[in-house]
Design a protein around this ligand. Sequence first.
Ligand code: GRF
Length: 203
Amino acid sequence: LRIAVLASGRGSNLKALIAARDAGALPVEFAAAGSDRADADALRLARDAGIPAFALDPKAYASRRDFDRELFRRLDATGAGLLVLAGFMRVLDGEALKPWVGRTINIHPSLLPKYRGLHTHRRALAAGDAEHGASVHYVTAELDGGPVIAQARIAVRPDDDEHSLAQRLLAEEHRLLPAVVALIAQGRLAYLAPDGAALDGRR
Ligand code: GRF
């Protein structure tokens, strides 16, 4: 399976995917890594791993839709069969996303449907939750609203702050995301084309 990854910042989840591939645990080829920030560490990581990397500057486009059209034009050109959002901090335009619905996944640091959007760790702590977690879900036009594929859970400790909670969860994210991508790549998780046709994950 050829995959493309989008990331806006640090890129630790991209790093985990690359490490899993290098360890032989993830049968994928990285078709491209893209970002909305030219200075994203994720792009540096990608280039160091020999993955074709590109950045698009949102300010260079008149609208979100124009940006997303160009983004998906680039992604289409990579021949990727799966798009992985790993810390990509932009909402995608529903029209531009349409052909990719069913083959775009995102990792979100909460136990969805709880805490869509930002500051999930802070919100879990403020709510006094005993458990926190991360979700990998299909991406739809609704922010963090697509069907959940798999989750990782951790216990919230009495002495946790936002930072400690985020750190502990991140280690779980780094297992969860490669595991889900592996299931798709091995054809063990069905995923759907927008027209409802099943795609072969191994293509
Ligand atoms: C992760 O917490 C991920 O769940 C969220 O953004 C963060 C990205 O971290 N969507 P990184 O760039 O992969 O290190």
